[in-house]
Design a protein around this ligand. Structure first.
Ligand code: SF4
Ligand code: SF4
Length: 334
């Protein structure tokens, strides 16, 4: 199952509606974090460093659904922590799908097979399984042996039951064009996942491993070399073509973090999923009280090396909609 046409059509209609209404800032996807607890402790993770009493908290279903309804985004990416630890995660997904939101449930895969029966395949629902590399590389990244094999088995089990399965891969300084290609070739051609997301790692201040985050120049060099032989077109990447151009340095954009906002147990996070400069109770308040011009490369030193999807994919998507040629390119590659 490729990206459902209904998802592309719905997103197109949503963007058109926002433009016609003259809205300058609006959400495309919400990063929903209904808990911070995880069953892994990856070295590059900036989400599991909260104190124990915060790690034990779970977001009620009504709060999660209410936040998504208030902001109106058509897509939701549920992250954490490990969302499958949340005892009502299936109900959160069910309620969002019922409201025709396109839901991606991010998971490290360890609990996926055990919880699969609590979910139902739907064009509105996809798994997004964390795979940072082939066996040795992934197990090193998540600091536990055997996780790669479990995640691969979970992907196969979910596909066998008719679910749409995507993956999410983060790259660090110890990656090379060859490791990028080997993992994407494996996911695309051998596992045949529906789509793949890629990202350079963001240097979370709280992450224990601060040495392996890519800078802008390194990110561009890595992706330019990895994409060099035309494989980019063959891989089923879940990104707009302009965002991939951005990753390999063919285009540069300003960050638009209001396009992929983050809602967690603390509220709407300012300014984005990666940095926490305070929280608001509503998305409206986040929009109205954040000094958006003070973020992004050149404005905030913490943003200097960021090329993350949550800041720059919305910019690329919005740029696509302003050009007929780029809109067609996005459609052809989706
Ligand atoms: S699986 Fe995800 S949430 Fe869990 S420790 Fe690793 S990066 Fe953090
Ligand atoms: S550049 Fe944008 S997405 Fe990246 S950390 Fe800064 S505000 Fe967040």
């Amino acid at each position: 199952m490729a990206v459902p046409m209904r998802q592309a059509a719905r997103m197109g209609a949503y963007l058109l509606k926002q433009r016609l209404a003259g809205n300058e800032r609006y959400p495309l996807i919400v990063e929903l974090e209904p808990l911070f607890q995880c069953n892994l402790a990856c070295e590059g993770c900036g989400k599991i460093q909260h104190p124990e009493h915060e790690l034990r908290r779970r977001m009620p279903v009504a709060q999660a659904v209410g936040a998504i309804e208030e902001c109106g985004a058509p897509m939701v990416s549920i992250a954490g922590g490990e969302p499958l630890i949340h005892p009502e995660i299936d109900e959160i997904v069910r309620q969002l799908v019922k409201r025709k939101k396109f839901v991606y449930l991010c998971t490290n895969g360890l609990l996926l097979e055990r919880k699969l029966d609590r979910f139902t395949p739907s064009p509105y629902f996809a798994w997004a399984v964390h795979i940072d590399g082939l066996r040795e590389r992934h197990d090193e990244s998540v600091a536990r042996d055997g996780v790669f094999d479990k995640a691969v088995a979970a992907i196969k089990a979910a596909k066998a039951k008719g679910f749409r399965v995507t993956t999410n891969t983060t790259f660090f300084t110890h990656d090379s064009p060859e490791t990028v290609r080997s993992v994407l070739d494996f996911l695309n051609d051998e596992l045949e996942v529906d789509q793949m997301m890629i990202s350079p790692a963001y240097a979370y201040e709280k992450a224990p491993d601060q040495e392996h985050f890519l800078g802008v120049r390194q990110t561009r060099e890595l992706f330019r070399a990895a994409f060099a032989d035309g494989r980019r077109k063959r891989w089923r990447l879940n990104h707009s073509p302009l965002f991939l151009d951005f990753l390999e340095g063919k285009a540069d954009y300003e960050c638009t973090p209001w396009g992929i906002p983050s809602y967690s147990l603390f509220g709407w996070q300012r300014p984005c999923y990666l940095m926490g400069d305070g929280y608001t109770a509503t998305y409206k308040e986040l929009l109205e009280t954040t000094d958006w011009d003070s973020y992004g490369r050149g404005n905030d030193p913490r943003c200097e090396n960021c090329m993350a999807h949550c800041g720059y994919e919305p910019t690329a998507v919005l740029a696509s909609t302003r050009s007929v040629r780029q809109s067609l390119r996005a459609l052809v590659q989706s």
